[in-house]
Design a protein. Structure first.
Length: 148
């Protein structure tokens, strides 16, 4: 599905965050060695939704929405698979988490870039989330190296 409006981009970002939160909750239930980290990621996903929605509702109006187009962002390019196979190893689960984070960062980066010229607050919120997720990717890669 192609994203054409700001509200569609905001809704899709919420879908990514909700799916990601569920993924991390599943990881926390399955792997006690990373439980606290995974639960903190799930909680952060929920706060990302609030942050983006606040930015959006703080600046958007019907006039802007009617003239605003994301143009060219296809949600299929950013779909994430958050299902954990029953027999997945901890290291493979961490690799899956990194892939999910990288795909989500790509969405927020592109959406922020596309919306930059039309509004400041939403792309700023997207940029903040990209920075948080980059840190998250580094944390996950560290866990992979440590074998934890």
């Amino acid at each position: 599905m192609e994203i054409n409006t700001a509200s569609e981009a905001i809704s899709f970002s919420q879908e990514l965050e909700d799916e990601g939160a569920q993924f991390y909750q599943d990881l926390a239930r399955r792997y006690t060695e990373g439980k606290e980290i995974f639960l903190s990621f799930a909680k952060e996903n929920a706060s990302n939704v609030v942050q983006v929605r606040r930015a959006y509702y703080g600046v958007i109006s019907d006039a802007i929405e009617a003239c605003f187009s994301f143009g060219g962002i296809d949600t299929d390019d950013y779909s994430i698979d958050t299902r954990l196979p029953k027999d997945i190893s901890y290291s493979d689960a961490l690799r899956a988490a990194v892939a999910i984070e990288e795909k989500t960062v790509s969405f927020y980066s592109e959406a922020g870039e596309v919306s930059k010229s039309l509004m400041a607050d939403v792309p700023r919120a997207f940029g903040i989330i990209v920075k948080k997720r980059d840190k998250r990717i580094n944390r996950l890669r560290t866990l992979l190296k440590e074998g934890k």
